[in-house]
Ligand binder design. Structure first.
Ligand code: SF4
Length: 610
């Protein structure tokens, strides 16, 4: 078992604690172990008379955890170059904070001698944390404060020197406490969702630089070699992981989802984008692509290196945009100029912001503006109309610096729409902007959005895989029947993946049985498919217990009114709404929850001690 580095920024003290094998057996690592630790912080606060609902997400009492898992950094463990970040409370939503990132930071943290880093308190002055070959210390970041993500990564890499260096940091958006600020690593990789960059900013923590050479142990090397060989071969032969993602990246989905009638357009007013071809993965590959990039140890390599070679949005050698970024910054805003979308995405990376929440908030502002709900003087010259590419790019940097109308955009779509008196225009769940799939055209993902603990999220349980891509089997996207079972299964399995910690894209080819074999080989435990799914269910339930304590329950497991009441106006899903209550009733029954709260019997059955 490895070690946890606990850092108290208020006192400047650092201490090391061993990972507990008993806890790891129940929660694996990564997200699962972090959820367990966060729950214990909550219990400690409660024992001191501090109510969880009084936790200020941007106060020193919030706790931030960077976590790797048993798969991280093992050569041959498919897509194991990732890490998971969690916080007790998200500044965007007030629910639990959770995000995941690739690149090299996760494995290099492990090579540095630690499996996890827990950040408590807040520093008075800007600092960064350096962890090199098992030696950890806090250093002044006064000279880095104000610098963008790219400069911060380059300066700290040079400062440490040598090989295997990776920097996770915030940009100006995190420093300025923008509610959708990301934690970025390796320049273009993001732990994007729920505003965890703002949590780092509130703690005056600019960056964590990691480097090391330690080898990650594998309990049974011979068995692992064989299981790994078989899994990698399966991934190579799979049409998504072996062909679609390596060739076109995630943006291959633009045309696929648009054809299904579920690509939200102009703030979800319809699910058909008439200009999808102009912003598709195929167009990106033909016109902008200059190279591919893979996270550490990944055989898929879905990352895109792109350039806009001329014009007002020129940018050479950037990365992305991914499917979600193209949709949020493009489709949702009605912008069809891919040059502008690439540039807006580049700014999101440079300043450290989540493109999904950014694009969706701009789209909400465009709808508010077009309906006449925003006084002209508030916009300060920003011409927020659907399709305006110049306004899109300008709105992104204004948000990072809270300049002019950017101070409203920086709050996220929910608060923005509340301020202007029309909360129904925010296309969010629990305050988190939903991603690029309209559930009127694929009902299961609507149930996942509604019941996701962190808010409107597709990677909590990607039922789109079955509904649209036919993996592991094709199901009818337009019926609500049977979706509760799929949503629960995908959610539980995703907890296993995020606690392993691995890339979700591996699951297009690998199932729970493969994960059980990989995990058994590296840990030395004997895990079956049922065992790992039960661990996933345990994690999902404990996370639910946390958000219940933060004030969320069945009333919050819902969707924006537009999806529940406005029939899809066109395309294959024409006339459809989301029959959420029907699916939710079945889902709660399968989960053993009442009104979004796990029953005592369910918690006992899952051996969750609260
Ligand atoms: S599939 Fe893409 S995101 Fe996932 S680990 Fe590989 S390169 Fe990274």
């Amino acid at each position: 078992m490895g070690n946890i580095l606990k850092v108290d920024l208020t006192t400047g003290t650092l201490r090391s604690e061993p990972i507990s094998e008993d806890i790891a057996k129940k929660y694996l690592g990564g997200k699962g172990y972090a959820v367990y630790l966060l729950y214990n912080y909550l219990k400690e606060y409660e024992s001191k008379g501090f109510s969880p609902t009084d936790i200020n997400p941007l106060g020193p009492e919030n706790v931030l955890i960077f976590a790797t898992g048993p798969g991280t950094g093992i050569p041959g463990f498919p897509c194991s170059g990732r890490y998971h970040v969690m916080a007790l409370r998200s500044p965007l939503t007030g629910s639990i904070g959770s995000a995941n990132s690739g690149g090299e930071w996760g494995p290099f943290l492990k090579f540095s001698g630690y499996d996890m880093v827990v950040i408590e308190g807040a520093s008075e002055d800007p600092v960064y944390l350096s962890i090199v070959d098992g030696s950890a210390e806090l250093r002044s970041a006064s000279d880095l404060w104000g610098k963008n993500v790219f400069d911060t990564c380059r300066i700290l890499s040079r400062r440490v020197g040598g090989k295997n260096i990776s920097v996770a940091c915030i940009g100006p958006a995190g420093e300025n406490l923008v509610r959708m600020a990301c934690i970025m690593n390796d320049e273009h990789r993001a732990a994007g969702r729920t505003g965890l960059g703002a949590v780092m900013g509130s703690k005056n923590l600019k960056a964590i630089v990691v480097s090391g050479k330690k080898e990650v142990p594998v309990a049974n090397r011979d068995v692992f070699r064989e299981v790994s060989r078989r899994c990698l071969e399966t991934m190579r032969k799979n049409r998504v992981t072996g062909e679609g993602l390596p060739t076109y990246g995630t943006s291959i989905l633009i045309n696929v989802i648009n054809t299904a009638g579920g690509l939200p357009y102009k703030n979800w007013q319809t699910g058909v984008n008439p200009y999808a071809d102009k912003i598709s993965g195929e167009t990106l590959a033909e016109t902008y692509l200059t190279g591919r990039r893979a996270c550490w140890g990944c055989t898929i390599g879905c990352g895109r290196v792109t350039s806009v070679s001329s014009g007002p949005f020129q940018i050479i050698g950037t990365e992305g945009p991914e499917y979600e970024s193209i949709w949020a910054l493009g489709g949702s805003t009605g912008v069809k100029d891919l040059d502008a979308i690439v540039k807006a995405n580049h700014y999101c990376d440079e300043f450290g912001m989540d493109p999904i929440s950014m694009g969706s908030t701009i789209a909400a502002a465009m709808e508010l503006n077009e309906r006449g709900y925003i006084p002209k003087e508030d916009l300060q010259g920003l011409d927020l109309k659907f399709g305006n590419s110049t306004a899109l790019v300008e709105a992104v940097w204004r948000t990072a610096y809270k300049a002019g109308f950017g101070k409203y955009l920086a709050l996220g779509s929910k608060k923005l729409c509340e301020i202007y008196g029309h909360p129904e225009i925010s296309m969010s769940v629990k305050g988190l902007e939903m991603p690029a799939y309209d559930p009127r055209a694929m009902k299961g993902i609507g149930l996942t959005y509604a019941t996701a603990n962190r808010g409107g999220c597709h990677v909590t349980g990607y039922t789109v895989s079955a509904e649209i891509l036919g993996i592991p089997e094709k199901i009818d996207p337009l019926t609500p029947e049977g979706k509760a079972k799929w949503a629960k299964l995908f959610q539980d399995f995703t907890c296993v993946v995020n606690s392993t910690v691995n890339c979700l894209f591996s699951t297009f080819a690998l199932g729970a049985k493969d994960y059980a074999e990989l995990l058994s080989a590296v840990t030395g435990w004997s895990l079956s498919e049922d065992d790992v799914l039960r661990i996933g269910e345990r994690i999902y339930n404990l996370e639910r217990v946390i958000i219940n304590k933060l004030g969320f329950d069945g009333k919050d497991d819902t969707l924006p009114k537009r999806l529940l009441e406005e029939p899809m106006p066109e395309g294959p899903a024409k006339g459809h709404i989301v029959e959420l209550e029907k699916m939710k009733e079945e889902y709660y029954r399968l989960r053993g929850w009442v009104n979004g709260v796990p029953t005592a019997e369910k918690l006992k059955e899952l051996e969750i001690e609260i």
